[in-house]
Design a protein around this ligand. Structure first.
Ligand SMILES: CC(C)(COP(=O)(O)OP(=O)(O)OC[C@H]1O[C@@H](n2cnc3c(N)ncnc32)[C@H](O)[C@@H]1OP(=O)(O)O)[C@@H](O)C(=O)NCCC(=O)NCCS
Length: 201
């Protein structure tokens, strides 16, 4: 495995870059939208009802810590920027984040995640970013497997796994791990092995 960190990746409409402080406030704003964080955010549930905890004034320090480590060679997290000609403002905009975090203790097996600004959802941007990240993880970093999943009712996220060639392994009911969502949830678990990735690409 090549621990090369989150190098810049360019696609037709997007640029994926390692996290920098200048876009973090916008990413925090996006994550504070209930439809974005509902099935994504897994910070400690003890803060769920503490509004003060979620203000930028309080969150900024956590984002600073994240950015301090963002260029480490074992960090695989990208801010997703939309090229100017596709944005509403005509300027480059950060529209989300994709990641390929360590899963358990095996650094060769990764868990992938993504979220996008609702203003730019449904345009194929998450699929485009995820596809580029997965290519980077298999071809450059040389991971062995992606083992991940989404809430079964999270149609958009499940579609991304399926469109990118993942195998659906099982469905499993679990307590919600999500900060702002309580109760039981059915998860669809997906896997993509190195062998299957290279057979398909
Ligand atoms: C999941 C998420 C990142 C998808 O972002 P996106 O940029 O809209 O995704 P895409 O445009 O690439 O769409 C992926 C597929 O889902 C479909 N889709 C998008 N939004 C949808 C919705 N609200 N309902 C049903 N399908 C939807 C798209 O049509 C596309 O399928 P298709 O190619 O068959 O048409 C975005 O919905 C999001 O940020 N959700 C909240 C955070 C989250 O759930 N993260 C994942 C946790 S596992």
């Amino acid at each position: 495995m090549n621990l090369i960190g989150s190098k810049t990746i360019e696609t037709e409409r997007l640029i994926l870059r390692s996290s920098k402080m200048k876009e973090q406030k916008r990413l925090w704003e996006i994550l504070m939208i209930p439809n974005v964080n509902k099935w994504y955010l897994t910070s400690s549930k003890k803060y769920a009802c503490n509004q003060e905890h979620w203000t930028w004034k309080n969150q900024e320090k956590f984002y600073k810590l994240k950015v301090e480590q963002s260029d480490n060679n074992d960090v695989f997290v990208w801010s997703v920027f939309l090229k100017p000609k596709y944005t509403n403002s005509g300027k480059e905009e950060v529209i989300g984040q994709v990641s390929a975090q360590e899963k358990g203790n095996n650094i060769f097996v990764r868990d992938v995640g993504w979220y996008m600004d609702p203003n730019y959802q449904g345009k194929g941007y998450a699929t485009e970013a995820a596809k580029a990240m997965i290519k980077y993880m298999f071809e450059k970093v040389k991971i062995e497997k992606i083992s991940s999943g989404a809430v079964k009712d999270n149609i958009a996220s499940c579609k991304i796994f399926e469109k990118l060639g993942f195998d659906k392994i099982c469905e499993i009911e679990e307590d919600s791990p999500y900060t702002f969502y309580d109760g039981r949830l059915i998860f669809s678990k997906y896997e993509l092995t190195q062998e299957k990735y290279f057979n398909n690409n």
